[in-house]
Structures are given as structure tokens and as C-alpha cells.
Design a protein around this ligand. Structure first.
Ligand SMILES: NC(=O)c1ccc[n+]([C@@H]2O[C@H](COP(=O)([O-])OP(=O)(O)OC[C@H]3O[C@@H](n4cnc5c(N)ncnc54)[C@H](O)[C@@H]3O)[C@@H](O)[C@H]2O)c1
Length: 267
């Protein structure tokens, strides 16, 4: 029997990167999956995947599009058990000293809308179905929800904010719904920058990015999205983690155990 046999999940930002790996792994494990994604081309690619997937084009920062995604998923698959939020934008480490002051308002609104507000809208839209089915929620955080320097002040503060959301929603939704998070470390994806800063680039194209990632964590990992997918499976499935709520799993190569002087003992 597959882990998600008979279960239905909604993944926001499931069109690429970590979200797409979650979609593929969930489908392989028997889930029927709804995806809310803003990029049309990624949606077309999702529709080519084998499995029961309903791909909804929309903006996860809006109440309306999240409601549409939940409605279409439930209309097609008759229920919803799991919500996974994987949308996100990065700030490419722009430090406050280098920030043009006239850009702070727009950049703050953009990053908090996507990285924080969208999670709240997705949760609100899925709430009643998840309570009915005693389901679970998994939010995507980051090493930047725990440590500095994986982003600038906007990205890091937006990811710390999601730790608050994990705690509050786990409290509010107990005993019916478990709420947890995954905090991936640096991962080779096309994570994009802020339109308000004209950051028309993606993470994988940063020169020397692999070496930078590898040298920064004790396990010397250069992660690909699939490396995190089973952490989402574990936290989502009632059968695998029935007693786990309000927790964030760090899937980051051991950033919390970096030594002083050298990153890892055997380096
Ligand atoms: N790549 C990394 O190094 C890394 C590390 C830690 C955490 N994360 C987090 O992982 C999550 C996934 O990022 P990724 O690296 O897979 O990048 P990605 O860009 O491949 O995935 C994000 C997806 O969300 C979609 N999206 C963005 N804004 C949206 C919106 N408003 N509405 C609907 N869809 C939207 C994008 O089109 C994309 O498909 C993000 O929350 C990111 O902050 C990434």
C-alpha cells in the first residue's frame, strides 16, 4: 500500500524546484495532487506528468486564487488532506546598507506577500477541508528561518516569520490538524528574485554557487529538490508522524552543528 493512497494534497508553487519534487513524490506515493502555480509554462509541464494532478493557474498571494485552487482540487478529487506551501522569492542577499531606501517599501511588500501572506491565504482557504479530514499542513521555510546570511534582511525576516506561523497554526488547529515546516538549505533551483528590485535572475545561475553551497554545511551537500521531498512526505502523512506538530525539520546538511574555525570536523 502506498503512503498517500486515497489522499489528496494541494501544493502551492508546485511548478518547479522543491514544490515540483514534492508533487512528483506525492504522486508516486499514491496521492492525487492539486497545484497552485502562477507560471503558465510550468503548469503545461505539470500537465504532462503521469498521475492525478489538477494544475490551477493563479497567484498564491491572493485569497481568491487560493480558494479557487482548493475548490478545483476538491471538485476533482472529492477531498483535501494535506496542504504544502512551496511558493517563495529570494532577495539575493541585498544588505540593508546597500538597499536604496526608496525601494524598501515595495521590496518588503513583495517578499512578505509571497513568502508569508500567501501561506496565510493558502491555510485559510484549505482550513475547513483539512479540519474535516484531520489532515496536515507543511510550510516551506529555509536555513534563513534560523541563521543570518542566507539572504538579506527582507528574506531572512520573512522566513523567521513563518516559524511564528508554524507555532501559531499548530496551536490553533490542534487537535484536528498537524502543522509543521521543512527548512531546506541551499538547493539548486531557479528560485527567483524580486521584481521590485529588477532582480531578473535565478539562484542556480550565481557563479560558483555549487562550491559556495558545498563549503557552507558540515555534510558538504549541494542539494537538489528531491533531497527534501521525503521530509515533506514524513511530516504530511498521519501514519508516519502522528504525534508531530509545531515542528520544523532542518534539511540543510547540519548548519546548526557548524564548528568554530572549521565548518566540519573532518574537513
Ligand atoms: N532554493 C533554495 O536554495 C532554497 C533554500 C531554502 C528555502 N527555499 C524555499 O523553498 C521554496 C521553493 O523555492 P525553490 O527554490 O523551489 O524555487 P522555485 O522558484 O523553483 O519554486 C517556487 C515556485 O513558486 C512559484 N511562485 C512564486 N510566487 C508565486 C505566487 N505568488 N503564486 C503562485 N506561484 C508562485 C514559482 O513560479 C515557482 O514555480 C521557497 O519558499 C524558497 O524560499 C529555497
Amino acid at each position: 500500500m502506498k503512503i498517500f493512497e486515497g489522499k489528496v494534497a494541494l501544493v502551492t508553487g508546485g511548478g518547479s524546484g522543491i514544490g515540483r519534487a514534492v508533487v512528483e513524490t506525492f504522486v508516486k506515493e499514491g496521492a492525487k495532487v492539486g497545484v497552485l502555480e502562477r507560471d503558465e509554462k510550468k503548469l503545461e509541464a505539470l500537465n504532462q506528468l503521469a498521475g492525478d494532478i489538477v494544475a490551477v493557474q493563479g497567484d498564491a498571494t491572493t485569497c481568491l486564487d487560493n480558494k479557487r485552487a482548493v475548490e478545483q482540487t476538491v471538485a476533482r478529487f472529492r477531498r483535501l488532506d494535506v496542504l504544502v506551501t512551496c511558493v517563495g522569492v529570494w532577495d539575493f542577499n541585498v544588505a540593508l546598507q546597500d538597499f536604496p531606501e526608496e525601494k524598501i517599501d515595495d521590496a518588503f511588500n513583495e517578499i512578505f506577500n509571497v513568502n508569508v501572506k500567501s501561506f496565510i491565504h493558502s491555510t485559510k482557504a484549505a482550513l475547513n477541508e483539512l479540519i474535516k479530514n484531520e489532515g496536515s499542513i507543511v510550510y516551506t521555510l529555509s536555513n534563513s528561518a534560523f541563521y543570518p546570511a542566507g539572504g538579506g534582511p527582507l528574506y531572512v525576516s520573512s522566513k523567521f516569520a513563518v516559524r511564528g506561523l508554524v507555532a501559531e497554526m499548530a496551536y490553533e488547529l490542534a487537535p484536528k490538524v498537524r502543522v509543521n515546516g521543512v527548512a531546506p538549505g541551499g538547493t539548486l533551483t531557479n528560485l527567483g528574485g524580486l521584481r521590485s528590485l529588477n532582480q531578473d535572475m535565478n539562484l542556480s545561475n550565481i557563479p560558483g554557487i555549487k562550491e559556495l553551497m558545498q563549503g557552507g554545511n558540515p555534510l558538504q551537500k549541494v542539494f537538489i529538490p528531491e533531497d527534501h521531498a521525503w521530509t515533506y512526505v514524513y511530516l504530511s502523512a498521519k501514519e508516519l508522524s502522528p504525534g508531530v506538530t509545531g515542528v520544523v525539520i532542518n534539511s540543510d546538511g547540519g548548519l546548526g552543528t557548524r564548528g568554530i574555525g572549521k565548518v566540519a570536523g573532518l574537513l
